[in-house]
Write a protein that binds this ligand. Structure first.
Ligand code: GLN
Ligand code: ZN
Length: 769
């Protein structure tokens, strides 16, 4: 095919669309169903209506092939487990009794059975339910959902392409079922799984699918030769089937690397690749294998996981290059649009000029259509769109919001010394000991205390104008008084104010920093019916005034014991926000770090001797490919040090992270140069303490002895036993006693009892020294 005919054939498509609806109707219907207020039929009707609306919006905008099967009541990986019959034994009876209730039991558990484990979908903030597989797993095909949704779209007169999680990614995302040896490799089940995919493909073809998309994002991660061989085998087998639709194998979130030649050679009809900045290497790699002669290439040129407008001219240039490399080039977002909010035009409170820089799912859809049109008909066909886009990009690039000279000058002047404490850890720790006078095995908490209904009501009252700022702040002060008095009575050594004033650990700071933007309707699915509204790092970041100082100093005024100041760290601020795409992440991190540094310094100046900077997202933001990790860790650890290095040696810097495994980042944690770290450890029986010790971690650490994820109260003996286990790895002079994480999701009764037991455990173990 010539580039002219390839261009003329260009179509616009997407891989998936936000599921929730304009007013989060899906969330309301599902939660209503759980509470018994919505019938199964009503829920199904709402879901069908939402799918229809999405397809009509897409088709109406000019998308020529709409995705089907991307819709989900909870999670598309769970849907895949159902599709291949991988129902855990413990859920079998519930699924047999009622498919919908059984599905939700797998997702959420019941009073009798635990749900599937949930974990992050690659490096996004979406969470999927981890398939549980074992040597005895028997796969059986259940194509009902996929077929039904395809038929709905076809009946609406649309060209539709079912989207499935591919078999290799499905197995690579799975884990050994409970009771199966940890060494079991789910990928060994590939030969058993492929016939089930073959059956689903045949069913979809029979239902009228011309194309089916198989998503293989796991192939953008580092893969072993054996895993690449498995991918080659999977697509040789599926490609070799006779009764099947055309196959489009999709990758996203990064470059394909070694998997690219594997898929390029496979007997499938199309590949979808990510061509955004993050995956720029795909372009060269594709040229290096001689392109995809005879195949369809779907080019993900519009970023599917960020919220900025596309540079249309630059995308057209990329698409132009790609024309010579495949038989047909289609235009798409780099990934499913599930990861962005639905519609920027719903935002009322954003400055209209800034709003023009933003593209949510609807705006991205329009960009994709424009690009496909420009590719097929030439740039003359999209002159107006190109001109408007150029103007919007220029307005963003030239805006004082994105270029604050004071912020830029300060960031440019940062020296290595600014990101170093004035004394090494060993000297500081002595100064801190003298200054703080803490006992052996000091006790503390991670920051938040129960976020009661009264607190949430107070915030809602403030928003609705039912109470004024004065009334609201009075309620916050009351709460702080209660939290402090409880901690004193319970005998904790380092107190906290309890974070009652915070709606969320990122949003609270985002609302107070200049350069950050909040949305009203920017909901994105985190998991199931939980949606979050990540703030937007839109411009240069600065801190107009102190953010936490008055609450912390108020708390300190109530007690003679040290009250710990509490901040969210720069890496976590980035990880749980939409980030700028017009400068390196490290530059944004540095700006946030400098703003937080001002807060740290102000806390110290106002009498705070212990300051905790939480970085729970440090590990989850690790780049997908190992080669990219050192660069990330360099700016991430520098940003933390920049935040915390302005203080005196006798001011103690804490950090907190909550995940059980992090053997791979102990060096980075050490590089933070914090004085004390608290970690999640209760469920893994202090495993982290041993991981730290193995790496020779020299600092103080508090592996959690109270699992805050459930209302269960650990008794004092249980906490003491964990402490003794911790002492096998960390000497008493460096061991802290604390829960796994903050207590905001807990109720007061279990919080009280658990913390009293924790203090009792510390006293018991101190007595044994
Ligand atoms: N300081 C925060 C809290 O206690 C930390 C939360 C977190 O690690 N996710 O709530
Ligand atoms: Zn935590």
């Amino acid at each position: 095919m010539t580039t002219e005919t390839a261009a003329a054939a260009a179509r616009a498509t997407v891989y998936g669309y936000p599921r929730q609806g304009r007013s989060r109707e899906l969330k309301k219907a599902i939660e209503g169903y759980w509470k018994g207020r919505v019938t199964a039929d009503a829920l199904r009707a709402t879901a069908a209506e939402l799918r229809r609306t999405n397809w009509q919006d897409l088709a109406g905008a000019g998308i020529t092939e709409v995705p089907t099967g991307d819709f989900s009541y909870y999670d598309h990986v769970l849907d895949t487990s159902v599709m291949v019959g991988a129902i855990p034994e413990r859920h079998r009876a519930a699924v047999d009794a009622d498919a919908l209730d059984g599905y939700f039991a797998m997702a959420r558990g019941t009073s009798d059975v635990a749900p599937l484990e949930m974990t992050k979908w690659f490096d996004t903030n979406y969470h999927y339910l981890v398939p549980e597989l074992g040597p005895d797993t028997v796969f059986t095909a259940d194509s009902a959902k996929q077929v039904a949704e395809l038929e709905e779209a076809l009946a609406a007169g649309l060209a539709a392409r079912p989207v499935l999680v591919g078999p290799v990614t499905y197995l690579l995302l799975a884990k050994p079922a409970p009771g199966v040896a940890a060494g079991f490799d789910p990928l060994t089940l590939l030969d058993r799984l492929l016939p089930v995919y073959a059956e689903v493909l045949a069913d979809l073809r029979a239902a009228g699918a011309e194309w089916v998309q198989l998503d293989e994002p796991a192939l953008v991660q580092d893969r072993t030769p054996a895993e690449l061989n498995a991918a080659a085998r999977a697509y040789r087998d599926l490609g070799g089937l006779t009764d099947r639709p055309k196959l489009l194998v999709a990758s996203y979130f990064d470059r394909l690397g070694d998997a690219l030649p594997v898929l390029a050679k496979a007997p499938v009809e199309g590949l979808a690749l990510d061509f955004t900045e993050a995956a720029a290497a795909n372009l060269d790699a594709l040229a290096a294998v001689g392109g995809l002669p005879g195949k369809r290439l779907v080019a993900g040129v519009v970023n599917g996981r960020n919220i900025w407008i596309n540079d249309l001219a630059q995308s057209l240039a990329t698409l132009g290059t790609l024309l010579g490399l495949a038989d047909r080039v289609d235009v798409a977002a780099s990934s499913s649009l599930l990861h962005v909010p639905l519609d920027a035009s719903l935002e009322r409170d954003i400055d209209p000029q800034i709003l023009r820089w933003l593209a949510f799912a609807r705006q991205k859809t329009a960009e994709i259509v424009t690009l496909a049109k420009g590719l097929a008909q030439g740039t003359d066909a999209i002159t107006a769109e190109l001109a408007a886009n150029k103007a919007d990009l220029a307005s963003r690039a030239g805006s004082p919001i994105t270029h604050d000279p004071a912020v830029r000058a300060r960031a440019a002047a940062v020296t290595d010394a600014d990101a170093r404490r004035s004394q090494p850890y060993a000297e500081r720790t002595a100064a801190q000991r003298a200054h703080l006078g803490l006992p052996l095995l000091p006790t503390t908490t991670i920051g938040s205390f129960p976020q009661t209904t009264e607190l949430r009501t107070a915030r809602a009252d403030l928003r609705a104008g039912r109470i004024g700022t004065e009334g609201y702040e009075e309620r916050i002060r009351n709460e702080i008084r209660e939290v402090i008095s409880f901690q004193e009575k319970a005998g904790l050594d380092v107190l906290v104010h309890g974070e009652p004033e915070r709606n969320d650990m990122v949003q609270y700071f985002a609302e107070q920093l200049s350069g950050y933007l909040a949305t009203q309707h920017g909901w994105v699915q985190s998991y199931g019916t939980r949606y979050v509204r990540p703030p937007v790092l839109a411009g240069d970041i600065s801190r107009p005034e102190p953010m936490t100082v008055r609450w912390t100093t108020y708390a300190q005024s109530l007690s003679d014991r040290p009250v710990k100041g509490m901040l969210t760290g720069p890496v976590t601020m980035l990880a749980w926000s939409f980030v700028r795409d017009d400068q390196p992440l490290g530059d944004t991190a540095r700006q946030v770090a400098l703003a937080l540094r001002d807060e740290v310094d102000d806390l110290e100046a106002n009498g705070t001797s212990v300051i905790q900077v939480d970085e729970p997202a440090l590990r989850e933001t690790l780049p997908l490919r190992a080669a990219d990790r050192p660069g990330y860790l360099a700016w991430a650890t520098e940003a933390f040090r920049l935040t915390t290095s302005g203080v005196r040696p006798d001011t103690q810097i804490h950090t907190h992270m909550c995940y059980a495994e992090f053997g791979d980042i102990v060096q980075a944690i050490d590089d933070l140069d914090a004085d004390v770290i608290s970690l999640e450890a209760a469920r893994s029986h202090m495993q982290v303490a041993h991981e730290l010790a193995e790496h020779g971690y020299p600092r103080e650490a508090g592996p959690g002895v109270y699992d805050i994820h459930s209302p269960r109260v650990p008794d004092a003996e249980e906490a003491a036993a964990l402490l003794r286990t911790g002492l096998e790895a960390i000497p008493a002079e460096r061991l802290w006693v604390n829960p796994d994480c903050g207590l905001k999701t807990r109720g007061w009764p279990e919080t009280r009892a658990s913390l009293e037991n924790l203090v009792a455990a510390a006293r018991t173990v101190r007595g044994e020294r």
